[in-house]
Every structure is written in C-alpha cells, then in structure tokens.
Design a protein around this ligand. Structure first.
Ligand code: KG4
Ligand code: ZN
Length: 336
C-alpha cells in the first residue's frame, strides 16, 4: 500500500510517500527558518499560512519524484498532534479532504511516534524491544518501546526540553535561529570546562531530566560580564558538554535498568554530533548499540509520519474513515 505522510506540526512542511513493500519512495521538506528568523522563534500564524502555501506543491513534488499518480495513494497519514493548533489543522484538513476525495482511509499520527519509529526506516533497523531517547524542541523523554503503540515512559524532563534549552541559550548568547545547530557549531571552536556549569539531576537516582537551570546559569554568566567571541564559544562548549553528559548518562542507565542492548535516538537534538559520540562510546563500553534515523530524518519530516501511519495500519488498525477530525496540540504518547 502507498501511504502519503503529511507533517505540519511546527515550522516544517513535510510530505512523503512510503510503500509498505518498496519502502520510502520520496520525501520533501520545506523549512520555514527564513520566515521566522527575524522573530527569533516560530510565529504560529505565519507558520499556518506557510503550510497552506507549501502543501500542494510539495504533494506534486513527491508524486513526481516517486513516479506515482495521486489515485495510487492508499491511505493518508498526518500529524494530529502535539504541536501548534493552527499548523496542525492545515495538515489535518488537507489530509482528511484528500483522503475523502480519494475514498481512502485517513490515519492520525502522534508526532513523537513518528520520531520514535523513524530509525526503523534505515537500512539496518533496530528490533523491538528497545529504549528510545526522544530529544526534540518540545520533548525529552526516555521510553521503553516494546512494539508499535507499546510505549512505557521511563523518565522525562521536569521543565525545558533539551532542544528548548539549546534554543533559549543560543538566543541569550545572541546566536542565530534556530539555536541548537548554531550553538553546536560554535561549541566546536570552544573548550568545555573553562566556565563550569552544573550537570542537573545527574545523580538524582531516577531517569528524569531538568534543563532550565542550565540556561539560567548561562544567563547569570552573561549578565556578570558580556562574553567576547572566544568566551561565547567556551560557554557553548561547556553548555553542550553538560547537556550531553546528562542525556548520555541517563539513556545508558535506562538500558542497564531494564536490561536492553538497543538504544534508539530520535528528534532534532539527535542530530548533535557530541551527543552521538558520547552515546556511541558509552554503549560500546556496555556491549550495546545506538540506532539513529538518517540525518535528514532527524528533524521534522513527512517520511516518519508516512511510516508511522503505515505501521498503525498494519499493526493497530488505526485508520478511520476520512471525515470528522480534530487535532491535539497537547497529547501524551502513552495515550496512543
Ligand atoms: O524534532 P525537531 O525537528 O522538532 C520538534 O519536534 O521539536 O527538533 C528541533 C530541535 C530544536 O530545538 C533544534 O534546536 C534542535 O532540535 N537541534 C539541535 C541540533 N539540530 C537540531 N540541537 C542541538 N544540536 C544540533 N545539532
Ligand atoms: Zn519533531
């Protein structure tokens, strides 16, 4: 079956065609970074309007790339939450209308389930059960994943998500938008340890996180004395080292606690090279393995939604007749 996936939960419009036998046929993403850059963050109304502009051309693009006709689409999966309500409604409305017109099922997908299952799209995928570290702009969670739809929360952030901490800290250091990749790029030129920052909850004895204090610690430094370029790079290096150390320690502790040997890393922060290095080294030391989605599938995209939709159709009979629908701006993955 050919499944169309549509992602529009935040500032990326992503469309993809996944075939349950042939795999991923095409995917395309339009990022709104330029649109929101001047504001230093995503402006929800602008995001919704841009999704409207992009969704039809992107659909044509993926159909062309895959060499498929619209009539061959067998189901339409879309992100139903969590995310920005208006942005979600664009994708949901478009997906439901298309499904109705084609007389095929519509499949509402949880955005984080998309991220979580995305490493299964790679050539050498993990097998269930595994531990998943979800690190995005909105979430930081450790999960035990036993199968499609079987997600047990092991720990999560008590305040800011890891990506959010990267973004906010980058902003207060006057770096560009989006902050995570910019902060990571500057960190390469700095030395960790010159400005000691805390490792929040490293020894808390549970699998929870807290990142808002780290951002505040950087803010305090910056207020004491505005840093020059070299000091900024050192601060970035130390900030990144602190986040990476805590994320890696807890993810590996989760593997140990439930005696699993496979760790899946998903979400935008999973693109961070320092995090990957720390996880790979730590996992190797305990005979475990870390799985990442392909780099272009780390951040938001339609491929993960098409794939998660296809899994739901196969394993969870989650399709519904196109028609009445809603979106869930707030939505716990365990409720899926
Ligand atoms: O998964 P994602 O694309 O969107 C959400 O669902 O949130 O994640 C975006 C987040 C942003 O906070 C961004 O700054 C962060 O991922 N990010 C990074 C890197 N690339 C993206 N953070 C640190 N290092 C990176 N290389
Ligand atoms: Zn995401």
């Amino acid at each position: 079956m050919l499944v169309l996936g549509i992602e529009s939960s935040c500032d990326e419009t992503g469309l993809a065609l996944y075939d349950t036998e042939r795999g991923l046929l095409a995917h395309a993403v339009h990022s709104q970074i330029d649109l929101h850059e001047a504001y230093g963050g995503v402006v929800p109304e602008l995001a919704s309007r841009d999704h409207i502009r992009r969704v039809v051309p992107l659909l044509r693009g993926v159909l062309d790339k895959a060499g498929c006709r619209r009539e061959e689409i067998g189901a339409v999966a879309y992100t139903a939450g969590p995310g920005l309500a208006g942005a979600l409604l664009v994708g949901a409305g478009f997906a439901e209308a298309l499904a109705l017109a084609l007389n095929v099922p519509a499949v509402p997908v949880h955005h984080l389930e998309g991220h979580l299952l995305s490493p299964l799209l790679s050539a050498d995928p993990p097998r269930f059960p595994f531990v998943a570290l979800l690190v995005s702009g909105g979430h930081t969670q450790l999960m035990r994943v036993s199968g499609v739809g079987q997600y047990e929360l092991l720990g999560e952030t008590l305040d800011d998500a890891a990506g959010e901490a990267f973004d906010k800290t980058a902003k207060l250091l006057g770096l560009g938008y989006p902050g995570g990749p910019q902060l990571a790029a500057l960190a390469v030129r700095g030395r960790p340890g010159r400005h000691a920052l805390p490792r929040p909850m490293l020894h808390s004895g549970d699998l929870n996180f807290s990142f808002s204090g780290l951002k505040t610690a950087v803010l305090t430094r910056v207020r004491e004395r505005s840093p020059d370029e070299g000091e900024k790079a050192d601060l970035c290096a130390e900030f990144q080292a602190a986040i990476v150390e805590v994320l890696a320690a807890k993810a590996l502790a989760a593997l140990k606690a439930i005696a699993l040997k496979q760790l899946v890393v998903a979400g935008g922060v999973g693109a961070n090279r320092a995090l990957r290095a720390a996880l790979d080294a730590g996992a190797q030391g305990m005979g475990a393995r870390v799985f990442y989605p392909e780099l272009d599938l780390c951040t938001d995209n339609g491929a993960m939604i098409a794939f998660a939709g296809a899994q739901r159709l196969t394993f969870a009979a989650a399709a519904k007749q196109a028609g009445g629908f809603g979106v869930r701006p707030r939505w716990n993955l365990q409720e899926v």
